[in-house]
Design a protein around this ligand. Sequence first.
Ligand code: GLC
Ligand code: GLC
Length: 653
Amino acid sequence: MIIEYDWRAEQASKSLLRILPEVEKAFAKELQQIPNAWNEFLNRLDKEWQRLFTYLHQLYGWQYDFFYTLERILYSMVQFWLERPEELKSFDDLRGTDPSWFESEKMSGGVLYVDLFSDNLNKLGDHIPYFKKLGLTYLHLMPLFAVPRDDNDGGYAVSDYRAINPDIGTMDDLYKLATILREEGISLALDFVFNHTSDEHMWAQKAKSGDPDFMARYLTFPDRKLPDQFQKYLRDIFPTIRKGSFTWCEDIKRWVWTTFNSYQWDLNYSNPEVFRAMAEEMLFLANRGVEVLRLDAVAFIWKRLGTDCENQPEAHTIIRAFNAIAKIVAPCLLFKSEAIVQPDEVIRYIHPDECQLSYNPLLMALIWESLATREVKLLEHSMRNRYRIPAGCAWVNYVRCHDDIGWTFDDQDARNVGIDPVGHRKFLNKFYTGDFPGSFAKGVPFQFNAETGDVRISGTLSSLAGLEDAIEKKDNGLIEMAVRRINLLRSIQISIGGLPLLYVGDEWGMLNDYTYLTDPTKVNDSRWVHRSRKRWEARDDLSDQDTLEWRFFHEMVKLLNLRKQIPAFKNGGMEVIHTGNPHLFGYIRAFNSQKILIVNNFSEEPKILEASHVEACGVKSGVANILTGEILSSFSDLILNGYQSVWLDISEP
Ligand code: GLC
Ligand code: GLC
């Protein structure tokens, strides 16, 4: 008879029994002074240790010095916990009393570049009233760390995770800002750019000088043998900049793995020292008051020969190990995954033990897809089957962000609704670059790959939705259409379930900014077309009711504030309904006794939700459209104007 027993659990506790006394000895003086707090730490350690041990064993257990790795990691954890400011430890406790805080309907997020919005961190604090007016409770500051001076991929080539770009401020400024934001009920989110460092990072510098320990932190090769084998299966992320994923480094006469730009060196996570060092960088940021870390480029962190080196199982194990460490040392910290990949893969990063939050690239891409086609079949089909995620997790819903739009829908989903995925992507790219008859969009192609024909789309919400074109044509009718499109997308973003994330600037209708074309460090990256400096003069427009800026801003304020009053809009259930009309996308949000029906018309023409469907959804006469306050007295068919969205309260009395 084979007796099955979980040897890992036994080994985990054995290891801990051996390691813990050593670590306690090293910190004896500090720990003696805080016996109660230390006990709480030990409770959390006890809860998460087995899982952490298991992940680390899966990743590094085969290495001869695994026990040493464990000890070093625990040592770092205790050290950073001791350094964690008291106020953050109290905040950990507070969050512990309401662990699902981020799922609340009261939550709304914004994301911005500090330098483009307010020049620096100090001045950012002056704009808190602006954020509060918008109703934001979550603020993601785009990467603001020390970076190479010229080209740095918009901050995603980090030279030092513990230093702020001096043009923007200092770590002290960041800590102060985080504290003020927290007091104002706004959670600070920052990037954890953990797939790569810049080639100016101290580790890369040491690697370049030939230091073997630091060379081992990256993936370098003496000749093309392995790179060529890997390359066969790899996707070029920035094909217009460089072919292939490897860059020759003359200093060490080796090829370096660089998935993105040549100056972004991929870290080698098969080296436990990289994991430990990056765990320290993570905890360092947590100790500066960051509540949410956006895990950048999660898909790429583990390489395996013979695969595309994206979404490997070990990528998940690494994130889960970080998650366990965070739960022990800085338990209020949440992770948001940036996996802009196929939908089956996106969802695998979402779990309370992995990333509690995730961008929702599928919703983002498909609302643009529906705007182009005026049909909702792919959106409806995909959302019906793919919206559900594990309890305790939430989507982050966005319409635009700092990156391009890629058409990451599932090919089989498309075929299921009669769409040829390859041809459809070509159509969407033509449509959004304005290269299709009747297109309203002014997008700019991003990273055209001549070999595969692939391309992605840059552009702001307003320019992609037709505002730029309409303004150029001085056509009020077209302007009105663009405004409605923008409001339609927002209505969905805010009501469908998850945390809405505003790309700051879109609230007043920011258009494409073509000045990047004259900047040699930006001209090759069209994403700069939608990363423009905030026009503070637009603030005057915001007080003039006749301007478009005013209309956009107040519509945003209205929607975000309405959201806060609708408990059914908290994270959770979303049921796509069958509208029977190819242009109408509808769903029901429910919580306790509250039930809200949302219907969105993706056509510029009026469309009808027929009486039988209206009835099936439980709509009765006397129901109010929450967006307008209008009471729908007696009706049979529900008629939606072009691009109209209705939010109907259909709760049982
Ligand atoms: C992510 C960022 C993107 C950056 C890339 C490399 O995808 O969103 O802006 O270029 O990672 O760090
Ligand atoms: C990631 C995303 C891709 C994006 C890129 C940076 O690779 O998958 O969509 O374009 O980062 O822009």
